[in-house]
Structures are given as structure tokens and as C-alpha cells.
Design a protein around this ligand. Structure first.
Ligand code: UTP
Length: 408
């Protein structure tokens, strides 16, 4: 992109300040900045004006989950169906590892974090070990697609290679990068990360399917006959993926999607809850849950919105294909954004200072015709690591790992 073209693009986007220091840059820095301007999609910033509108929800009604007692009655049958699909190569897994993990505060990708006490136990290691359990029982390898971002791709790839993929077969691991989006201050003015660098960050975990398509990864899915994709988060160290019972139950129910859920431990627990929105499956985020919904009861006298999604979804590839042309809603989220101030100093804020623009995987559930909320026991399957200490932290995850007999 030439300087003139960059000026035009920035003027149209109302972001001309990006070129403020251009004249004082070296030739190399000028080139970097022009390339960055060319790659950056500023159109997301225009959604800031519509933030209120974007947050509007449809009519929320309850969606019953398949509870553990019901699952246990059909476990053998569900597992048989699930193992059959896995052995036929119809199940693939997608690890969402493109996030910045800002709350954890580690400089490295979250999956590289060591939760061990007497020996190293990395988050990636825990995840691969859980997947290997299924591989062993099924006697079949399962493709694992790992989403990274520009910020952590090289470190992630190098780390897993250096650890021999923790015993996983390299030919079954495929990396792809998600797209980036600019971050802005509260008025929609993009932040600069350096004199030749716009503050771009990963565009949320909702872009995984379109990024798979852009990165030609989807060809592998199609060529190998994968019909189901189990998408899951990097930060739950007890995460059970390609779970044959979950896969079998979703197939048996004839649903195009399944979501692992847990009973909330408090009405205001910070998890999104399964529901119907205007009659379609959906997830309402904890911050959108009104007091009325939080306290609503069903006919059994239990909370009507009892089941929280734990970021472990199973999607039918055929149903995903139909969604590719549809746009996911944009979430404009307040975050801490490191930036270069007007004097050229790098600032790492300790409280939120602007917005990131993200799409979320949970919104894909609403695009599906049907979804099975599948209950799992939170003590065995839910140990998210968001923070260093306190709720959903390294500390709480360690306790849960130890309760499950995992040596740390
Ligand atoms: P979170 O919403 O917890 O975000 O991600 P995060 O970036 O890891 O952490 P914070 O908010 O900065 O502290 C939930 C899952 O989605 C993935 C994360 O890697 C995690 O597995 N994710 C998130 C992506 O893959 N890409 C993104 O852009 C954001």
C-alpha cells in the first residue's frame, strides 16, 4: 500500500492519527506501518455507535438440558454411537488457543502455563493427555485443529514441537491462525502499540470456522470425511473433548449441535446459560442475565436457567457450512489495552481503557436449528483458568486436578 492509499483509507475510517509519527519513522518502520494499515479492517469500529443495539436480546425462554441421571440410563448406547463415529474418522476437535489470556497475565500463550507443583504440568499437556485417553480407548487417532493468533502462533508451534506434542501424533495436529481486529479507546480511536504498529488483537473465538476456511484447513476436514467438530477452550484443564458419550447423545437426539453444560454453583455465577432466544437455541451471557431470569423457577422448583455452558461445543459440519455466509454479531468488550501514548511511551494499563471488537463461538449456537445441552459433573470436567488467584484460577484448578487424582 502506498502512503497516499493509506491516507485515503485512514481518512475514510476517521483514523488519520495512525500516521501522526510517519515522517519521523525509518524506511523499514514506514513499510511496516503501511502494511499494517493495509491489513487492518477498520470497519468494525463503525459498530461502536450501534453498541446498544448490538446488545439487544430476543425473547428468552428456558431450554431443558439432558441431565446426568438421564445420560446414565443410556450411557452404553451413547458411547457405542460415539466410539463408532470416532473410529470412522467422523469426529475432529478444535482447540481455541488464540486468546491473549490477559487476566492470567502471563507473557506466554496460556497453554504453555505450568500448573505443576512438584514437576512441570503444562495446560497444553493436560489437554493433550485428556484427548489421548479417548484415542487409546477408541484405538483411533482424532484430528486436532489448533487455532492460534499472530500474537502467539510461533511460540505455540515451537513449544508443542519441543515437547513432542506430549505424545500426540504430529500428523493429526494442524495449526491455523485466527484474524485480528483493531482495539480502540472509548471514542473509537484506534490505539497504537508502537510507532509503526496498530494495536491489533485476536478478533474473538467466534472466527474459528471462517479462519479454518481461509486457512484451507477446511479442506482437510472435508477430505477426511469429518462430520462433527468439537470446539473447546484452552483454559479448562479438566476438559473432556471428543467425549464418546457426548458425541453419541448429540447424534442420538438428532441435534445439529451439542453444548456441555454444568449446573451453576450460584445464580450469579459468571457463565453463560443455555436458553431459547426467539425459539432458537442460544446462550445468554451472565452480564445479560436480568434478575428476573436469574431467579425464575421451572415446574420442579429449580432455577429455570440452571445450566452454564463450559465452552465445549459439538457442531455438525453440514450445519456449519450453512452458516458461513452469515455474520456473527459483534461484541464490543471493555478491556485493558497496552498502547503507546502521545509522547511515544509504552503504557500497560491496570484498568480497562477501551474496547476490543470480537465475535464469540457461543453465538454460533443460535445459528443452529437444534442444540442439546448435555450436563457434565463440574467436579470432573470444569476447572477453568482465567486468573492467577481467586475464582476460576490456577489455585482453584490445582485443587480440582488433585481431587481428580492428577499429579502436579
Ligand atoms: P477468554 O474469553 O477467556 O479470553 O477465552 P482470553 O483471551 O483467553 O483471556 P482474557 O479475557 O484476555 O483474560 C476463552 C477461550 O477462547 C479462546 C481462548 O484462547 C480460550 O480458549 N480465544 C479467545 C481465542 O481463541 N481467540 C480469541 O480471540 C479470544
Amino acid at each position: 500500500m502506498t502512503y497516499q492509499e493509506a491516507c485515503k483509507k485512514l481518512e475514510e475510517a476517521g483514523q488519520f492519527h495512525v500516521l501522526k509519527h510517519y515522517d519521523s519513522l525509518t524506511e523499514k518502520q514506514k513499510k511496516n506501518l503501511l502494511a499494517d494499515i493495509e491489513l487492518t479492517d477498520f470497519t468494525v469500529l463503525s459498530y461502536l455507535e450501534k453498541r446498544e443495539e448490538l446488545m439487544k436480546k430476543g425473547v428468552i425462554t428456558p431450554l431443558a438440558a439432558m441431565e446426568i441421571s438421564e445420560i446414565e440410563k443410556s450411557r452404553d448406547w451413547f458411547e457405542e454411537l460415539g466410539y463408532r463415529a470416532i473410529r470412522q474418522g467422523k469426529v475432529g476437535t478444535v482447540l481455541l488457543a488464540g486468546g491473549m489470556g490477559t487476566r492470567l497475565g502471563s507473557e506466554e500463550p496460556k497453554g504453555m502455563y505450568d500448573i505443576g507443583l512438584t514437576k512441570p504440568v503444562y495446560i497444553f499437556e493436560r489437554i493433550l493427555s485428556n484427548l489421548l485417553d479417548v484415542v487409546r480407548k477408541a484405538s483411533a487417532w482424532i484430528h486436532l485443529f489448533i487455532m492460534t493468533s499472530d500474537k502467539n502462533h510461533d511460540a505455540t508451534v515451537a513449544f508443542l514441537a519441543a515437547h513432542d506434542y506430549f505424545g500426540y501424533k504430529p500428523g493429526y495436529i494442524h495449526f491455523f491462525r485466527q484474524e485480528m481486529a483493531p482495539a480502540s479507546d472509548y471514542s473509537g480511536r484506534v490505539y497504537m502499540e508502537g510507532p509503526d504498529k496498530i494495536a491489533n488483537s485476536p478478533n474473538g473465538n467466534g472466527g474459528w470456522y471462517s479462519s479454518m476456511a481461509n486457512g484451507k484447513i477446511l479442506e482437510i476436514v472435508k477430505n477426511r470425511g469429518i462430520e462433527w467438530l468439537n470446539v473447546f477452550a484452552v483454559d479448562n484443564v479438566l476438559q473432556r473433548m471428543a467425549d464418546p458419550c457426548f458425541v453419541g447423545a448429540t447424534i442420538a437426539r438428532g441435534c445439529s449441535c451439542g453444548a456441555k453444560v454444568v449446573k451453576k454453583n450460584a445464580p450469579d455465577e459468571k457463565v453463560g446459560v443455555m436458553c431459547l432466544e426467539d425459539g432458537r437455541p442460544s446462550i445468554v451471557e451472565y452480564y445479560d442475565l436480568t434478575d428476573e431470569l436469574m431467579n425464575a423457577k421451572n415446574e420442579k422448583g429449580e432455577p429455570a436457567y440452571y445450566f452454564g455452558a463450559i465452552l465445549n461445543y459439538l457442531f455438525e459440519v453440514r450445519a456449519l457450512e450453512e452458516t458461513i455466509s452469515r455474520k456473527l454479531p459483534l461484541h464490543i468488550v471493555e478491556k485493558k489495552i497496552p498502547y503507546m501514548d502521545d509522547n511515544g511511551n509504552f503504557v500497560k494499563p491496570d484498568k480497562p481503557n477501551g474496547y476490543k471488537y470480537e465475535t464469540l463461538v457461543l453465538d454460533m449456537v443460535h445459528m443452529m436449528d437444534s442444540c442439546l445441552p448435555f450436563e457434565v459433573d463440574r467436579h470432573y470436567e470444569f476447572a477453568p483458568i482465567k486468573n492467577m488467584t481467586g475464582i476460576d484460577s490456577v489455585e482453584t484448578a490445582r485443587v480440582l486436578c488433585q481431587e481428580n487424582g492428577i499429579e502436579l
